[in-house]
Design a protein around this ligand. Structure first.
Ligand code: URA
Length: 434
């Protein structure tokens, strides 16, 4: 086989099968395929599409381009994946809550992408934590805590690692087929039996409208099920931050509040919904509602927090993190309110601009080599619909200097709409698929 022939088949809309796509994925992994050929392949897929069968074949080929984990354990191996948003720290709560219910959760997570935060960066706000583990260490953490949140190793889905870097610089990130194969190849390589997908829609998500989010959710659900992993999805709202905080340590603190039993807000509600569905998918609960009840109990009786504490300790963090998390998380030097410029109702927030403001404060990366400051960000963010008097705090800014806080304040005021008329508040769950 040869890369040019495969690219030409896709370019000309001819059906490509598992054999061709496996050859290409292996070539990406072992270097037989050049960067130019990878770029041409990605562009051909973006422009012509692979169809349902081709998308599944590419996903399986990329999964099999490297090591595939086999857990051979009691309890279903299940996980959740989110397409990314702001203030979304669900994974930090959901993984230990599922583990507390008896599931095995080997969660491969990512770093901040674009304006969105990354679970690994949030977890690393805990002093001493290491998320880059080899397979033996990964297995040891899962054995101790029932869950582990780690980065993908170089051996897992290496074709995706290579293709992702090429897509990033060839304007081919947006292909539904490529996004689906990229997300699922890593999840399937982790040896999952069941998966729940949280596809975000709204101003703080990559998919701004429901139709795009639904199309991605449908492609992911169909492909994952065709690949033998029981999967369902929700399209959830990202027209305001999920938790009232953005930034690594600040989101870690929000996750701790939910883990300690405060499940009142949107973060708690979505975590319970997704985890309940994961228990249904994994065969541990007859219905999503029954699963949600099991998860709620682990949050209120401290079992989920105990699993989180064991995971943190096993990954190099403090042994008493759950008891003393406030003392362990870093704090910014400058913390100040952002006053409302006028009275009215908070009717819109541009989540993407808010995420970019946090990156500007140093809470995310502008280029890959940037070091993230875990302490900076926003908290006490008022929800959509809140009514304010002029001068009331809209949120708090955590920064390393007054200048940084000034710049963020300007950006955040542009990102927030305050009107006389009450706001329309979108439901947390827009749709369920699968
Ligand atoms: N996350 C991934 O892992 N891959 C994509 O292509 C997009 C988001």
């Amino acid at each position: 086989m040869d890369a040019r022939a495969i690219i030409a088949m896709i370019r000309d809309g001819a059906p490509v099968g598992r054999a061709e796509l496996s050859w290409f994925a292996d070539g990406l992994a072992d270097g037989r395929v050049s960067d130019a050929q990878a770029g041409a392949f990605a562009m051909a897929v973006l422009l012509k599409g692979l169809g349902d069968a081709g998308r599944t074949a590419l996903t399986l080929a990329m999964r099999d381009s490297g090591r595939r984990l086999d857990w051979s354990v009691d309890g279903p191996v299940i996980d959740k994946h989110s397409t990314g948003g702001v203030g979304d720290c669900v994974s930090l709560v959901l993984a230990p809550a599922l583990a507390a219910c008896g599931a095995i959760v080997p969660m491969i997570s990512g770093r901040g992408l674009g304006h969105t935060g990354g679970t690994l960066d949030k977890l690393e706000s805990i002093p001493g934590i290491t998320t880059q583990l080899d397979e033996a260490q990964f297995r040891a953490v899962v054995a101790r805590a029932g869950c582990a949140i780690v980065s993908a190793s170089a051996e897992m889905a290496p074709a995706d690692r290579r293709l992702y870097a090429v897509r990033d610089v060839t304007a081919t990130v947006e292909s539904l087929d490529l996004i689906t194969a990229s997300i699922l190849s890593k999840k399937l390589a982790a040896g999952l039996e069941g998966l729940v997908l949280d596809v975000k829609a709204g101003s703080g998500a990559f998919m701004k409208c429901d139709a795009d989010a639904r199309a991605l959710a449908a492609a992911l659900v169909e492909t994952a099920n065709a690949a033998g992993c029981r999967t369902s999805a929700v399209v959830s709202d990202m027209n305001q931050p999920l938790a009232p905080a953005l930034g690594n340590a600040l989101e870690m603190a929000e996750a701790m509040r939910v883990l300690r039993g405060d499940t009142q807000g949107r973060l708690g509600a979505l975590t319970i919904e997704l985890a309940g569905e994961a228990l249904r998918i994994g065969g541990m609960a007859a219905t999503r509602e029954a699963g949600a009840q099991m998860v709620s109990e682990t949050l209120s009786d401290g079992r989920a927090a105990a699993h989180f504490g064991r995971m943190v300790a096993a990954m190099g963090g403090p042994n008493d993190f759950v008891e003393n998390w406030e003392g362990h998380l870093p704090e910014a030097v400058v913390i100040r309110d952002l006053p409302a410029p006028c009275a009215g109702h908070v009717t819109a927030m541009d989540g993407e601009s808010m995420g970019l403001a946090v990156i500007g404060l140093g809470g995310g990366r502008q280029v890959e080599a940037d070091k993230v400051n875990p302490a900076v960000g926003l908290d006490r963010v008022l929800p959509l619909g809140a009514s304010v008097a002029r001068g009331d705090p809209l949120l708090r800014i955590h920064a390393t200097s007054e200048d940084d806080a000034d710049r963020a304040a300007e950006q955040l005021l542009r990102a927030t709409v305050i009107r006389d008329a009450p706001a329309q508040i979108p439901a947390l769950i827009h749709e369920r698929l699968g």
